[in-house]
Design a protein around this ligand. Structure first.
Ligand SMILES: Cc1ncc(COP(=O)(O)O)c(C=O)c1O
Length: 548
């Protein structure tokens, strides 16, 4: 049996002519891209619906009893006829790729051999080019070797999901390739970006005087915001070593990492404990600050999270704002995971107070299903962001006709010559409309609630009530290893990918429902897997209370 995953290159090879020379027109390339995109999308859709998540389950102490489905063991011939989606997709028809028992191999070797076949290195870079068929066939192996973040069973980390229009937006951006950070080079490209920034600003209730930028991700968005906070609150570098940053114990690890990039490695970091709802404890925050002020330290920045990565909990922004104002501190809100749930009526109230934050980081490559590499930073008082980033232009730029009235993105970030990121966000929003994203996110909130209620009814399972789309559960009264064994039992056939996390010293299995392909029938299959796994583990009867 071949282990290769193949996708249909027919259209691409027919269009090879238009791709053969550097001088092909954007129109030719965009025609090719549309067709290529259709194929890739069909291929990914089919992989997502019929095949495992691509997660390599970590080996356990006693190997040899596990079955591990290797994604690379499927031969997938995808074409438009073979792809079905929608509610009845669970019934696979005769034309569809069948994944049967003969395609599953088990044993310690497979467990250790990693994801996919890994039998080849990428096609080498050579003096003379090869055919597009060869290039794309080589590239298609990546489908074997990746965790499929767009898979309905991928419920780990914060999965990224891209859409076809976003890929087309990227293709067009790369084809036209405007310099998008200065109106003198392309006013429309700048306007596209500004339109997204202002739209996101309005979602959170920011005034039009806000400014911001698309960035490569949430961490870079946070870094741009923190740079502005530093410049505004700690203008003298000799104060860096007595400056204090306040996080909660559930703040994303990328935030503290930014300090060293900002040249503030010596700054003090305080991790504030969370309360019984996993929110920053504001009383303790206040005590920490009072103590630091007494010790001649300089509290300058507090980060609240609206959607913690581990739990999905939301910090009390209004109360944190009040403390920040009292001590003249900058308040940054990390809305990278949770931010776009603000679109949903049932979740809007969770974002009350965010409009008072000095800055916000949010990730379109999470909640707007943009491809990886799409973050967004907003600063409430745009002038502060501009003051932090405006620079003296090089002499080679002296003939550029810029108007000081224009707010150029290059003066609102440390980046220059950045990827033209706007189309990958704007095209899907324009094509689908905002309602499509709202509905998809609302569905995820409801599925998380549904999962919680169904698990709550199960014997042996303790579950934490979700605030957003993340659900934590565990078997109480047993060891962490028994809970890890439960995870292995649930995920062993590769249909679902979840992880554990440890919160307040307790190990939980963590499920995040975020992929737009995840629907009720997937959650039902998941619930059955949990039930079966628990039965298989033959646990003694225990008494416990539900958390959350
Ligand atoms: C709450 C939160 N903040 C920040 C980040 C970092 O974002 P990025 O990976 O886009 O840099 C994440 C990523 O999952 C997150 O969940």
């Amino acid at each position: 049996m071949s282990s290769e995953v193949v996708f249909n290159l027919e259209y691409l090879t027919r269009l090879e002519e238009s791709a053969r020379t550097l001088e092909s027109t954007p129109q030719q390339r965009s025609e090719m891209m549309f067709k290529a995109q259709r194929e890739v999308d069909a291929y990914l859709e089919q992989l997502s619906l019929d095949h495992p998540t691509g997660w390599v389950i970590p080996p356990k102490e006693t190997q040899g009893q596990d079955k591990l489905v290797q994604p690379g063991q499927y031969q997938v011939q995808s074409g438009p006829n073979q792809v079905q989606s929608g509610p009845d997709r669970a019934q696979s028809g005769p034309d569809r790729v069948q994944s049967g028992p003969d395609q599953v191999q088990s044993g310690p070797d497979q467990v250790q051999s990693g994801r996919g076949p890994h039998e080849t290195e990428p096609l080498p870079i050579q003096e003379n080019g090869v055919s597009i068929d060869e290039v794309l066939r080589d590239f298609s192996r990546i489908g074997n070797e990746m965790e499929r973040e767009g898979h309905p069973g991928h419920m780990a980390y914060v999965p990224g999901n891209s859409t076809a229009p976003a890929a087309i937006g990227d293709f067009l951006a790369a084809s036209f390739n405007p310099y998008s950070l200065n109106v003198a080079s392309c006013r429309r490209a700048v306007k596209m970006q500004q339109m997204i920034v202002q739209w996101v600003g309005r979602l959170f209730g920011y005034p039009s005087a806000c400014a911001g930028n698309l960035t490569s991700g949430g961490t870079v968005a946070t870094m741009v915001a923190m740079t502005t906070a530093r410049d505004h609150k700690v203008p003298r570098s000799k104060d860096y070593s007595r400056s204090v940053l306040y996080l909660s114990e559930l703040t994303h690890d990328g935030v503290a990492k930014c300090l060293s990039t900002l040249g503030m490695r010596e700054a003090v970091v305080r991790k504030v404990p969370v309360d019984d709802k996993y929110r920053m404890d504001v009383n303790i925050l206040r005590k920490f600050i009072e103590n630091d002020v007494q010790n001649n330290l300089l509290p300058f920045l507090v980060v609240a999270t609206t959607g913690t990565t581990d739990v999905g909990s939301v910090d009390p922004v209004p109360a944190i704002r009040a403390v920040a104002t009292q001590y003249n501190m900058w308040l940054h809100v990390d809305a990278c995971y949770g931010g776009f749930f603000v679109l949903c009526n049932s979740a809007k109230h969770l974002f009350e107070g965010v409009e008072t934050a000095d800055s916000i980081a949010v990730d379109p490559h999470k909640g707007l299903y943009a491809p990886f590499g799409t973050g967004l930073v907003l600063v409430r008082n745009g002038t502060l962001l501009r003051n932090s980033n405006t620079r003296q232009h090089g002499n080679y730029m002296q003939d550029q006709l810029t108007n000081p009235e224009d707010w150029n993105p290059e003066d609102l970030t440390f980046e220059q010559s950045a990827h033209f990121r706007a189309p990958r966000v704007l095209l899907p929003l324009q094509l689908y409309g905002v309602a499509t994203f709202r509905d998809a996110l609302q569905e995820k909130l409801e599925l998380a609630k549904y999962l919680y209620l169904r698990l709550k009814g199960q014997a042996h399972i303790q579950v934490v009530e979700p605030v957003l789309s993340t659900v934590l559960f565990r078997i109480p009264g047993v060891s962490d290893n028994t809970n890890r064994a439960l995870l292995r039992e649930i995920t062993t056939d590769g249909r679902f990918f979840i992880t554990t996390t440890t919160v307040k010293g307790v190990l939980y299995l963590r499920v995040i429902i975020f992929c737009y392909r995840t629907h009720r029938q997937d959650v039902d299959v998941f619930i059955n897997k949990v039930k079966d796994a628990v039965v298989k583990m033959e646990l003694p009867e225990v008494e416990f209370c539900h958390a959350g």
